[in-house]
Design a binder for this molecule. Structure first.
Ligand code: SAM
Ligand code: SF4
Length: 338
């Protein structure tokens, strides 16, 4: 990519030095979670003390500043976003902003919260589900209960979200033999499903990531044993490619950070629950927005300027190398905001 300078006219939108427009943010509302998925966390995690975590009000101020700079989509994530106390109040406020509001969740709270979230203005949900077998689900999440999540998915479907998508991380020897069952479950529920290649975020000891690696192409071949897939032209400016089956409305997606480089048209940034603006999932380039928020409370212009200036730090691309003994990125996914 050729480096181009931010044009002066672009002051009310976020454009990086490679000319990419940022209009999508992922906000982590907590690093905590009621699960401990093997690819995401280590068994014993230390979570952040309260004073290091953005308040719900600060998260809202950030979202306002981003939307004033042309951000059109906000995804809440974590950790498990729905376990943060008071999160529904924040969601109601965010639902009033001029941006599409979506949530990534492990589904554990949906049986009681789904319709409230829909009323609050949440348009779409991504729900993580790696296995349909209770014992395996428990092994992969270390503490999760499958039936609780399946009830949550039922409640979400009943609540009438515009779209619901399942996310499954596929790992060799753990759940790769369930790919077809997961696709059939999504078809039965009338929802979409994406399969994710595991990323080397954080230092885990539960498994060897290179050994467990299952490429999107392998997963696709497994699915095509039963359901021929037709590539769609739908683009998300992200790592996903989508396919359709000719006898179902469910879409099948592949999120392939290893096998397909998607950085060229990246349109997103992330904010950790500590208020660290991460310019790239696979790099450490960041800006401390909490420092700006706390040093200058209520100073919207200063916050907006910090966001505009941050665009110069967005790196061109990331490199993930599974053969490297050290993770390229030491933070865990729950800190990053997946
Ligand atoms: N707790 C919520 C959930 O599980 O959906 C939201 C946060 S979670 C970090 C977001 C997504 O990241 C989940 O779909 C999860 O499967 C995925 N994820 C976590 N660690 C990952 C890793 N190392 N590689 C690939 N995906 C990962
Ligand atoms: Fe929690 Fe989601 Fe990470 Fe699993 S993937 S431990 S549910 S944050």
């Amino acid at each position: 990519m050729t480096e181009i300078k931010n044009p002066d006219v672009a002051q009310d939108v976020l454009i990086d030095k490679f000319g990419r427009r940022v209009d999508y943010i992922r906000l982590s509302v907590t690093d905590r979670c009621d699960f401990r998925c093997v690819y995401c966390m280590s068994e014993k995690m230390t979570f952040l003390p309260r004073e290091r975590v953005l308040t719900l009000e600060e998260i809202y101020q950030l979202a306002q500043a981003f939307t004033s700079l042309g951000v059109k989509k906000i995804r809440l994530t974590g950790g498990e976003p729905l376990v943060r106390k008071g999160v529904t109040g924040l969601i109601r406020q965010l639902g009033q902003l001029d941006a599409e509001l979506v949530i990534t969740t492990n589904g554990s709270q949906l049986s009681t919260m789904a319709s409230e979230l829909r009323d609050a203005g949440v348009k779409r949900l991504n729900i993580s589900l790696d296995s349909l077998r209770a014992d395996r689900f428990k092994a992969m999440t270390r503490i999760g209960k499958l039936d609780q999540v399946l009830r949550g998915i039922d409640a979400a479907v009943a609540a009438g979200f515009e779209r619901i998508k399942l996310n499954a991380v596929v790992m060799k020897g753990r759940n790769d033999d369930e790919v077809l069952d997961l696709v059939d479950y999504a078809r039965d529920m009338g929802i979409d499903i994406s399969f994710i290649e595991e990323m080397p975020l954080g230092n885990i000891t539960s498994h060897d990531r290179a050994e467990a690696y299952c490429s999107s192409d392998e997963v696709r071949r497994l699915i095509e044993q039963r359901h021929p897939l037709v590539r769609t032209t739908e683009k998300t400016a992200g790592p996903s490619t989508y396919f359709r089956m000719n006898d179902s409305d469910s879409r099948v997606g592949f999120i392939s950070p290893h096998s397909h480089n998607f950085c060229g048209d990246c349109n997103r940034v992330r904010v950790t629950v500590e208020g660290r603006l991460l310019l790239c999932l696979g790099n450490e380039h960041s800006v401390d927005l909490k420092a700006v928020l706390r040093a200058h409370p209520g100073d919207t212009e200063r916050l907006r300027q910090a966001l505009i200036d941050s665009m110069d730090l967005k790196p061109e691309r990331h490199w993930f190398d599974l053969d490297d003994d050290e993770p390229q990125v030491v933070r865990f996914m729950n800190m990053t905001g997946g």
